[in-house]
Design a protein around this ligand. Structure first.
Ligand SMILES: Nc1ncnc2c1ncn2[C@@H]1O[C@H](COP(=O)(O)OP(=O)(O)OP(=O)(O)O)[C@@H](O)[C@H]1O
Ligand SMILES: [Mg+2]
Length: 252
């Protein structure tokens, strides 16, 4: 394992606290790292801050305190344009909703980041990527003409086209049936290799159990780290976290 692609130290995130709105402390000091080639899953109860953590890690949300390093570089030291460039060239996103631009065809959605980056090598991969996700015949369809699983696969084809160093996925299988979910997960599993890593937020224990490491988030901190766990071990860990937070009285 080389140097971490992503490293978070004591990440704190709160919302509100201005004017009359009360402060909600969502992340209370999260430490984590993701090495090249790893698929790391983040699980935890609903509202535990998984999406918030993912956005902070990806630089889509500023953290309140603490540091996030992407490719060895602190996000906070990057200018907006530097961060935008890193996002365009080295980061991929697969979210549950709002993955695709409705007015563009599937193929145009896949090609968009490559086109914006004027990256000819990436552009030459568009059709290979569409075929890799099984959508060669759907390139001209608009997102509205695709099923949820097909839309997720378009988002993954876009990631395959750009071949970014790190992919952030938030509930990518949430809306899918088990077969479509397994397909999407297999594609993400395939991306996490060599120098490329995937950070996956999921409620799906079967999905999480395919990760190299599973981080259990509870009460704003990483409660436990599990190495290639079985689905039942993940559920048990979440349950332990839930019990701990309900007895410590820190849940809010
Ligand atoms: N922009 C915001 N402003 C205020 N509070 C927020 C904001 N975003 C998230 N929160 C709060 O932070 C907490 C964690 O939200 P988050 O979406 O990160 O949870 P989650 O673990 O992803 O939940 P789920 O599993 O339901 O997706 C929630 O209590 C939520 O209300
Ligand atoms: Mg969420």
């Amino acid at each position: 394992m080389g140097k971490p692609l992503l490293e978070a130290v004591n990440v704190v995130k709160s919302f509100g606290g201005t004017g009359r709105s009360p402060t909600t402390l969502v992340l209370r000091g999260v430490d984590l790292h993701v090495s090249p080639g790893e698929l790391v899953a983040i699980v935890g109860p609903s509202g535990s801050g998984k999406s918030t953590l993912l956005y902070c890690l990806a630089g889509l949300e500023a953290c309140t305190s603490g540091s996030v390093r992407l490719f060895g570089e602190p996000i906070s030291s990057m200018s907006i344009s530097q961060l935008a460039a890193v996002r365009q060239q080295s980061m991929g996103f697969v979210f549950q909703a709002y993955n695709l631009i409705p007015s563009l065809s599937a193929r145009e959605n896949v090609a968009l980041p490559a086109r914006l980056a004027r990256d000819k090598t990436a552009l030459s991969r568009v059709d290979v990527a569409l075929s890799a996700v099984g959508l060669s015949d759907f390139g001209q369809h608009s997102p509205a003409q695709l099923s949820g699983g097909q839309q997720q696969r378009v988002a993954i084809a876009r990631v395959l086209t750009m071949a970014p160093g790190i992919v952030f996925a938030d509930e990518p299988t949430g809306a899918l049936d088990s077969q479509a979910g397994a397909t999407v997960l297999g594609l993400l599993r395939g991306i996490a290799a060599d120098e490329r890593s995937v950070v996956l937020v999921t409620h799906d224990m079967d999905a999480a159990s395919r990760a190299d490491r599973v981080l259990v988030l509870s009460d704003g901190t990483i409660h436990e780290e599990l190495l290639r766990p079985e689905p039942i071990e993940i559920l048990e860990s979440i349950e332990r976290a839930r019990l701990k937070s309900s007895t410590s009285g820190t849940s809010s």
